[in-house]
Design a protein around this ligand. Sequence first.
Ligand code: CU
Length: 159
Amino acid sequence: MTHSFRSALLVVAFVAAAVGACSPAPAPKSGTGGIVVADAWTMATPPGAAVAAGYMKIQNQAAAPARLVGGLSPVAQSVEVHNMTMDGGVMQMRPVDGGLEIPANGAVELKPGGLHLMLIGLQRPLAEGESVPITLTFDDGTRVDTVLAVRAMGGGHGH
Ligand SMILES: [Cu+2]
């Protein structure tokens, strides 16, 4: 009981942080016709976990930049684009203001310790070996479906 209550509080804190950091300024339109996602994965979560992070390589083969603003997944209440930064020797993560630009004919890698997709309000634990569907949403309304492969918890050496 206490455990799930704490998880709920954590979600509230995340949402509050996201709202506070969110900019209402409209981002410029961008093309997403050439988005290719590779090596999408996440880590198995312990029971009661409120959040999980998704990692992947996002390639933009179009001649115009694309802007990733969030995502959708059946296992989470919401999906945000986050970045992890060192702030005075402390690791902090916050939503990426206005979305994440994938340059024209370029690529961005979401990986541990840096950019990631934050799955917030997990509906259930993620088990090693399963595939979690996730839809990336871009500022022009384009959606790109992919799946996160769930890797072993705390795996510094992936198998
Ligand atoms: Cu995060």
